[in-house]
Ligand binder design. Sequence first.
Ligand code: FE2
Length: 223
Amino acid sequence: MPGTRPVDKLGFQPNLGRSTGALLSVIEKGRPVEPISQLPELIQAFEDTISSEQQERRRINSLVNVVERYCTGVSDEFLNQFETGSQKYTRHLLHADAEDRFSLLALVWKPGQGTPIHDHPSWGVLGVLRGRMRFTNYAPDEVDGQRCLIPVETFIGTAGSVGTVYPPAMDLHRMDNCSEDEVAVTLHAYGLLVKEFHIYSPETAEKREATSTFDTILEGAMP
Ligand SMILES: [Fe+2]
């Protein structure tokens, strides 16, 4: 297991993890930003950025800035509306773009709740809105002739931390709420409404298909 590095010791690292093949990076810029406090404003900022920036990597960098602004401005009232799940973290669809250029979700995590190792079918920008999340990147390896996945990098993100995933290069990762007592809420933006992805066994590296589900769909979220 790699060492845990507090996110506030990291700067922007666009190439982070290329050497290991893992592409989930957590970014903390530590500079003042103009907050976005309302969801319609966030959606508008996504639409404007996606319409105006055609080059994908630059577009994602701009969306990182948008998510950072929302992390700063989002209200407790908005975050408190989401239920936690007793068995599993909960997923809430906030917005699906009518042209399927992006989708926005809020995920709510009780302490200890997390994902399996998984991939994504599109780019992703994620921000920690509340709490303390751990992000772990995985890479393929072989132990005694057996294929497996090993953790190669771990980051801790707190409110205001923003990170990216950028397939189709290797992007295997998991995330979990590593706080002992605090519920965490994260914002996830993807380059489409994710319907299917894969989850992976760390022991065998085998993957299987999984389907996205939502615990709630915010009123007006679907086009
Ligand atoms: Fe993910």
